[in-house]
Design a protein around this ligand. Structure first.
Ligand SMILES: CCCCCCCCCCCCCCCCCCCCCCCC(=O)SCCNC(=O)CCNC(=O)[C@H](O)C(C)(C)COP(=O)(O)OP(=O)(O)OC[C@H]1O[C@@H](n2cnc3c(N)ncnc32)[C@H](O)[C@@H]1OP(=O)(O)O
Ligand SMILES: NC(=O)C1=CN([C@@H]2O[C@H](COP(=O)(O)OP(=O)(O)OC[C@H]3O[C@@H](n4cnc5c(N)ncnc54)[C@H](OP(=O)(O)O)[C@@H]3O)[C@@H](O)[C@H]2O)C=CC1
Length: 515
């Protein structure tokens, strides 16, 4: 029997961000391995016209939860959705709900965050810093609390090259930032944002660093740990390989490449692609929850959940494998054949942008106009390239994360726990993982049927023929124009033709002799 699974039995667990990518996998694993847990409270807001209950039902009815329903048939009775909005000052939790949460919770997993790089600083501070502060305050009033696990990101200090499992000081105190967000107006915040974030690339990493500092300063006597994952990708093994349900991290760009929109990327092929499967993050998080509650370390331990130092993969290798997978498992209705160049040179990137992105988009929009339809490709390309520019920072650098605490924790696990809560990234085979990732994107994100693969391959063949035809036509036009305008081009052409003629006559002579 797994010690960690047994630990969560009978527990009341509070999860924020349970409707997000990581939160869903965390909940799934908890129910699957500890079906006898008492209750999982999830803080949820209504969204996209769905009530809390409808959101829960949608999650439980998804493929991700199929195994859970077998091992824990009464799972719906064990999830208690609590209305909350972490953007509100009081988190918008009702008094009755608050009372129950305070008196019953044993473990808190704080996953909620805004992960958008371009979020307004006020909003990012509200969610990633102030809400964390409020949750810590709540946690300090929970008499039965055993551990508070805060999910941060390995990139919260990405302005450094080597990052240890420690909290680094922030140039401006989080409390001052929180206060100033309350009275500064949006225009002023916009103006000071670049100065505040300094050498951080965006408001996301900046506010996640502030969030960690808040945990450090206001955690008080709580039993706290911080987990810092790098780029969270599709599931590796559990509950099944390749599950993913959003465009974050590499997923969006893999789609854009597979659909033939993205044909070049400013990326450093030899930079480490520090992707980490979501099930590894979840296994480590649950092990950390157990260890923090049972061992009660004297200080707040930080755990890096990264792949680079133990089993590195590089963006070049990843890109190559993604493209190889498209040969076997193409996406449907591609705009162009998937084929992408990774280049770290800005000039080359601009050239490829003009030739591979803008030119086809403009030509296609011209064709749409001619056929009486609304042009849309240049607009789409504009958005895609803006998105790519926001991600470029992370695909042109490498970081070194020390993983001493994570390795220490692995050594504390029994062989059974190491199997059930496996977070040993050294066992991951990247080629297999990437193939399953692409397949997962096709099945679970794009919801494409595998039966459509022959048709998709046929479509790609057609696109290849159009491509060859187009290039030949372009070459002929260029040749014709050149011949008409330049004596030099004509001389070169006559030289080539007479050379070929002589070459052929030379070969014809001996064959005539034989006869
Ligand atoms: C041999 C060589 C071959 C080469 C082959 C190449 C193959 C390519 C495969 C390799 C891919 C490599 C990709 C690397 C990507 C690396 C990402 C690094 C991430 C670092 C993580 C830091 C750690 C974290 O903690 S971050 C948590 C995760 N957060 C994110 O990933 C970002 C979240 N998204 C955002 O911040 C925003 O959405 C943003 C800034 C991307 C765009 O914002 P904007 O306001 O402009 O628009 P939106 O309305 O949000 O979206 C517009 C449009 O874009 C779609 N979209 C959103 N996110 C992504 C995405 N990540 N990739 C692609 N597309 C995205 C979104 O759905 C919208 O589409 P619509 O159609 O308009 O709805
Ligand atoms: N994805 C990644 O690559 C990485 C993620 N992380 C960290 O992991 C954690 C989870 O990320 P991930 O699951 O990918 O992110 P998602 O964007 O998928 O999920 C975010 C979650 O936060 C919730 N949330 C956002 N705003 C509010 C609000 N105002 N009130 C209540 N809940 C809210 C969302 O709820 P709703 O569904 O209602 O929007 C959702 O459940 C974050 O802390 C992130 O920083 C760290 C490294 C990498």
């Amino acid at each position: 029997m797994s010690t960690i699974a047994a630990f969560y039995g009978g527990k009341s667990i509070l999860i924020t961000g349970a409707t997000g990518f990581l939160g869903k996998v965390l909940m799934e694993k908890l129910f699957r391995t500890s079906p006898d847990l008492k209750v999982i409270y999830i803080l949820v807001r209504p969204k996209a016209g769905q009530t809390l209950q409808q959101r829960v039902v949608q999650i439980l009815n998804s493929k991700l939860f199929e195994k859970v329903k077998e091992v824990c048939p009464n799972v719906h009775e064990k999830i208690r959705a609590v209305y909350a909005d972490l953007n509100q000052n009081d988190l918008a939790i009702s008094k009755g709900d608050m009372q129950e949460l305070l008196s019953c919770t044993n473990i808190v997993f704080h996953c909620a965050a805004t992960v958008r790089f371009n979020d307004h600083l006020r909003h990012a501070v509200q969610l990633n810093v102030t809400a964390t502060q409020k949750l810590l305050l709540m946690a300090s009033q929970m008499p039965k609390l055993e551990a508070f696990i805060h999910i941060s990101t390995a990139f919260s200090n990405c302005n450094l090259k080597h990052i240890d499992e420690v909290i680094y000081p922030c140039p401006v105190e989080p409390k001052k930032i929180i206060d100033s967000m309350e009275w500064l107006d949006d225009a002023i915040i916009d103006e000071i944002t670049p100065k505040l974030i300094g050498d951080q690339p965006n408001t996301y990493t900046y506010t996640k660093a502030l969030g960690e500092m808040v945990v450090h300063q206001e955690g008080g006597n709580l039993n706290i740990a911080i987990v810092r994952p790098s780029i969270v990708g599709a599931t590796w093994q559990e509950p099944f390989p390749g599950w993913v349900d959003n465009l974050n991290g590499p997923s969006g760009l893999i789609i854009a490449t597979g659909k033939g929109f993205l044909r070049a990327l400013r990326a450093t092929p030899m930079a480490v692609a520090d992707v980490i499967p979501v099930d590894i993050v979840v296994n480590l998080t649950l092990a950390v929850g157990w260890y923090t509650a049972v061992q009660r370390p004297k200080s707040t331990l930080i755990y890096h959940c990264t792949s680079g130092n133990l089993n590195p993969c590089y963006w070049g290798k990843m890109g190559f494998q993604v493209l190889a997978t498209f040969e076997k498992i193409p996406f449907e209705r591609a705009f162009r054949r998937p084929n992408a160049d990774l280049t770290s040179n800005t000039f080359t990137t601009q050239y490829w942008n003009a030739v591979s992105h803008w030119a086809p988009a403009i030509i296609y929009d011209f064709y749409l106009r001619l056929t009486g339809r609304k042009p849309r490709m240049t607009k789409l390309m504009n958005r895609l390239l803006r998105t790519v520019s926001m991600l470029e920072y992370f695909i042109n650098r490498s970081w070194e994360w020390s993983t001493c605490n994570t390795e220490m924790l692995m050594s504390k696990l029994s062989p059974e726990d190491q199997r059930v809560f496996n977070f040993d990234v050294r066992q991951l085979n990247w080629l297999e993982y990437i193939e399953n990732y692409v397949l997962g994107i096709k099945k679970y994100l794009l919801k494409e049927d595998m039966a459509g693969i022959p048709k998709a391959k046929q479509h790609l063949k057609r696109l290849r023929n159009i491509h060859y035809l187009f290039n030949t036509a372009l070459l002929l036009i260029a040749w014709r124009l050149l011949m008409a305008r330049s004596q030099m081009a004509r001389n070169v052409w006559f030289f080539i033709v007479s050379f070929c003629y002589k070459f052929l006559s030379y070969f014809r002579a001996p064959s005539t002799l034989k006869v």
